[in-house]
Ligand binder design. Structure first.
Ligand SMILES: C[S@@+](CC[C@H](N)C(=O)[O-])C[C@H]1O[C@@H](n2cnc3c(N)ncnc32)[C@H](O)[C@@H]1O
Length: 199
């Protein structure tokens, strides 16, 4: 019997493990679909949403306000931006939703607001015991460690329980602010796939 492990260098392998463990044949929705990189070898979700209307094969929607009925789906994938101090996201009027590019946030509280808004929306559209998969990464912002994967679990408390946690080590150098001087924090070299079950 193949043992499914919590660490892999291959995000598709992690997604396939999650599907096997949660008995998911096909994800119902991906709310930050992007270029669909997750689905090169996996059937695409029925509902593919992204804020960026220029992407192919998606319905333009904000992950915090999905065009889905309450308790209407059984699984959902959320792979939001994780970087802060991304200037492009401040173009337009400085509001993330109105920005022309959606690769990141300026301040950590903008990230927090998007993540919490989407967790609440996932709680609304998912059926009881439905699965939300969140890909996230911890970051250093303003000289402070933001342990996003722990924050996500806390933000979801009362709505979801943590069912599984996978670690994806980076194959290549992860992006980081270009600072001079003495290194004060370990370079973050991995991201997480959190598997949350709706209460
Ligand atoms: C890390 S990328 C997703 C990559 C995707 N998993 C892939 O493999 O191609 C993050 C995506 O979130 C989208 N996004 C950012 N803010 C959003 C929002 N409020 N609602 C929906 N999508 C959003 C961006 O446009 C971007 O495509």
């Amino acid at each position: 019997m193949t043992v499914l492990r919590s660490v892999s260098y291959d995000q598709i392998e992690i997604l396939k493990s999650i599907m096997t463990l949660c008995k998911i044949d096909r994800f119902c929705a991906d709310v930050t679909y992007g270029n669909g990189g997750f689905y090169k070898d996996i059937e695409k979700p029925e509902h593919r949403f992204d804020l960026d209307g220029d992407l192919d094969g998606i319905t333009q929607a904000d992950s915090t306000a999905l065009p889905l009925g309450g308790e209407s789906i059984s699984s959902l994938v959320f792979d939001p931006p994780f970087l802060t101090y991304v200037r492009a996201a401040r173009e337009g009027n400085g509001n993330m939703v109105m920005a022309k590019r959606f690769a990141g946030y300026w301040r950590y509280d903008e990230l927090e607001s998007h993540y919490i808004g989407t967790i609440k929306e996932a709680h609304r559209v998912l059926k009881k015991k439905g699965i939300m998969v969140i890909k996230c990464q911890d970051i250093i912002h303003n000289h402070k460690m933001h342990c996003t994967h722990v924050n996500v679990i806390n933000w979801a408390a009362g709505m979801f329980r943590l069912k599984d946690l996978f670690v994806l080590p980076a194959k290549h150098r992860m992006p980081s602010p270009n600072r001079k001087g003495v290194q004060k924090h370990a370079r973050v070299f991995h991201s997480y796939f959190l598997v949350l079950e709706r209460l």
